[in-house]
Design a protein around this ligand. Structure first.
Ligand code: GLY
Ligand code: MN
Ligand code: MN
Length: 453
């Protein structure tokens, strides 16, 4: 196993078996563990001397009665280990005296009963192969070993959800761990692990970009299937089913709840009912994309129900497309997201004047803190994407090479019962932006041709 090399093709990732023998079914099916090894090395290089860090799985979300949802992988735990099994704990202590204590993965011990009900769990061997971590222990040994290492270490990195738009109403497994640890060890120096993880997760490695590209390719296939399928009278939910069929068939999932809004529904930014019939003459806004092995893509396309844009629809569409193109070109390292957004707003403002939505007078008299264009374009131009759709990262700081950003301008006109939004995912590099969705149909002629085949 060559764990230090981090540039592998998707083919190598797919063929990876972690042992050099025939491919086995694995939890993260075929992700090269070099991805996680590299991520741990990056984190370790930022930790202060003689410090340890702990990351926990998420809880399984409960619903009603005895119902529960599928366990959402903890993105930080996955980023550092590739583990997405319940009750897992990762402990990193790069300066530990004993080499075996520098990286320790604690797992729920498989029992025959759990395997009957829930299926196969990670064995120690499989966990070693998938994560590149040598020391794998059962969870029951955690308290004693943790106590010993806490007595050796000076600083402790604990994790919390520091996404600035997170709404946190229930206590997570991680938050319980933080509370218990601080109660038991009140005299340690605690540090915020999220500060470090946000810094490294936002800059993607080649292996991560391969996985995001794969998610984009599945999304592309789903969109082409839908272009073939849509006609007047279809229900929005039938379109959702077409995407689901293609994504799941290819080993992907919905990266987020799909937004499939025809006519006026397209003006509701978080429309997720997807339950109305699409009428001839309307546009449909499709904000639907796949994830692959937990890496996300995020796509929006807007298409005509009948397969042909009206003149007015085409004018609005072309306005948004030109802002998309300019905003992709504007993704350069060193610029702040705020400046990038302001540049796009200026462009959309001009397009809104050309479309007769705003007058020059509206603009002259506007309140600079609430610009007139916000009536027709009221959201952010884009966000980092990765293991989370709205990924972590310090977006007040200048953008860097290695960020993957969505670019999603739109014009929303409820009085005309229509909206157009277009969204692609773009990698920033020192040599200019790389559109990871450049192959997905977007030109008016292309969309019409594919819909009328
Ligand atoms: N699909 C979520 C977003 O565009 O941000
Ligand atoms: Mn989107
Ligand atoms: Mn987005």
């Amino acid at each position: 196993m060559v764990l230090s090399r981090v540039t592998h093709s998707i083919q190598e990732i797919e063929n990876w078996d972690g042992s050099g023998h025939s491919r086995k079914v694995m939890q993260n099916e075929f992700i090269n563990p070099a991805l996680f090894v590299n991520n741990r090395q990056r984190l370790g290089s930022l930790m202060i001397p003689n410090s340890l860090a702990v990351v926990n799985s998420n809880d399984t979300p409960v619903t009603n009665a005895d119902g529960s949802l599928a366990l959402p992988p903890n993105s930080d735990l996955f980023y550092l280990s590739g583990v997405q099994q319940e009750q897992s704990i990762l402990l990193l202590y790069p300066d530990a005296m004993d080499e075996n204590h520098r990286e320790i993965l604690f797992l729920r011990e498989p029992t025959p009963l759990a395997e009957i009900w829930e299926g196969r769990k990670l064995t120690k061997e499989r966990a070693r192969a998938e994560t590149g971590i040598k020391t794998v222990e059962w969870l029951s040994t955690f308290p004693a070993l943790f106590h010993r290492l806490m007595c050796e270490s000076e600083h402790v990195y604990l994790n919390s959800n520091e996404h600035k738009r997170a709404t946190i109403e229930t206590e997570t497994r991680e938050a319980r761990f933080v509370r218990d640890t601080q109660t038991r060890y009140p005299l340690h120096h605690y540090e915020r692990l999220a500060r470090l993880l946000h810094q490294i997760r936002v800059v993607k490695s080649d292996l991560e970009i391969e996985l995001i590209r794969k998610a984009c390719q599945i999304t592309d296939d789903g969109f082409r299937r839908v272009l073939n399928f849509v006609k007047p009278g279809v229900n929005e939910r039938e379109i959702e089913a077409e995407f689901a069929h293609e994504f799941i068939r290819q080993g992907g999932r919905f990266a987020y709840l799909p937004i499939i809004g025809s006519g006026r529904n397209a003006c509701v930014l978080h429309y997720i009912e997807n339950s109305e019939r699409c009428a001839k003459g309307e546009l449909i806004l499709l904000d639907v994309a796949a994830s692959f092995r937990n890496y996300n893509s995020d796509l929006t396309r807007t298409i005509p129900v009948s397969g042909k844009f009206s003149r007015r629809q085409k004018a609005v569409y072309k306005a948004v497309l030109s802002v998309l193109r300019a905003s992709i070109a504007g993704l350069v390292p060193g610029k702040t997201v705020r400046t990038w957004q302001a540049e796009a707003e200026q462009l959309i403002e001009r397009e809104c004047v050309n479309l007769g939505l705003l007058t020059l007078r509206d603009i002259k008299r506007q309140n600079p803190d609430c610009r007139a264009v916000r009536k027709y374009f009221m959201h952010g131009l884009g966000h980092p994407i990765g293991l989370d759709v709205h990924d972590v990262g310090f977006t007040t700081q200048p953008m860097q090479a290695g960020w993957v950003m969505t670019v999603e301008p739109g014009i929303y006109i409820p009085e005309e019962k229509m909206a157009v939004r277009l969204e692609n995912d773009v990698l920033l590099t020192e040599n200019g932006p790389v559109d990871l969705m450049g192959q997905i149909p977007i030109e008016v002629d292309e969309i019409e041709a594919l819909m009328n085949r």
